[in-house]
Design a protein around this ligand. Structure first.
Ligand SMILES: CC(C)(COP(=O)(O)OP(=O)(O)OC[C@H]1O[C@@H](n2cnc3c(N)ncnc32)[C@H](O)[C@@H]1OP(=O)(O)O)[C@@H](O)C(=O)NCCC(=O)NCCS
Length: 223
């Protein structure tokens, strides 16, 4: 296959096995997926059945794009991102490293769409910061930032920025509390000043002025 051609089902293997795609050395593209010429896929990235990646997309290494995932042109996806089945990552969406997008969650890019009015110049950008998780069937209304290691519960509708390490859920999404990098609830109040450890890893978090921060590991004892 010409390196500048799509990795389309046409001429692809029919045994359903994933295969390395010549245009994206190091990535694995299922024969039923379409990766338009110009897209970049990092090493170890896997693109599963019936996915479509547009030519302007920039996708990092070790990502997984599940069945029926769509990635637009004006999209940047970092390393180690997992996008579950049936997710469309539309233009003006950026996903940093290690973001998790649950099955059938929804991004948007036009705030007030009308079929008869072109609003391609009015896209509102969405940024999902490093390590954040978005639960199944959640909807991110465009123009927001989901903070680092934040967690959006299944079915939530996010209309406002989500702070780093915040756990939000519901329609509209409200903050339930705080969550660690490991994905465990942190015993912290929603506001005020406090400290807590992740029950699983022991990592230390401090809440101050409405901001939750992961404290660096203490320096090892000097010999
Ligand atoms: C948010 C989540 C992680 C639960 O966190 P938790 O700390 O265990 O929360 P709890 O179950 O103790 O619930 C706390 C409260 O939030 C509510 N709640 C929890 N998840 C909710 C959700 N997704 N939407 C609305 N409310 C939710 C609970 O009903 C409970 O309310 P109450 O205090 O009035 O009884 C989980 O519900 C969730 O949504 N996980 C996402 C799963 C998913 O999408 N996976 C995708 C890969 S398959």
């Amino acid at each position: 296959m010409d390196a500048n051609q799509h990795a389309t089902a046409a001429g692809a293997r029919t045994d359903g096995a994933a295969r390395p795609d010549g245009a994206h050395a190091g990535a694995i593209v299922h024969p039923s997926a379409i990766v338009d010429a110009g897209a970049t896929l990092g090493a170890g990235t896997r693109v599963w059945h019936f996915a479509h990646v547009c030519g302007g997309a920039r996708i990092g290494a070790r990502c997984s794009l599940g069945q029926n995932v769509f990635v637009g042109n004006d999209v940047v996806i970092g390393d180690g991102v997992k996008i579950q089945n049936n997710v469309s990552v539309y233009d003006a969406v950026t996903l940093e490293d290690e973001v998790f997008c649950g099955p059938s969650m929804v991004f948007t890019n036009v705030y007030n769409p009308r079929a008869g009015i072109v609003r391609k110049d009015a896209y509102r950008r969405t940024l999902v910061r490093r390590g954040a998780s978005i639960g199944a069937n959640a909807t991110i209304v465009c123009g927001v930032t989901v903070g680092r290691w934040a967690f959006v519960g299944a079915g939530a509708v996010v209309k406002a920025d989500v702070p780093d390490f915040a756990l939000v859920a519901g329609v509209p999404a409200r903050q339930l509390g705080w969550i660690s990098r490991f994905g465990e609830r942190l015993p912290l109040p929603r506001s005020g000043d406090a400290e807590a450890r992740c029950p699983h890893t022991g990592e230390r978090y401090v809440l101050a002025g409405g901001t939750c921060t992961l404290l660096p590991d203490p320096a090892p004892d000097q010999p």
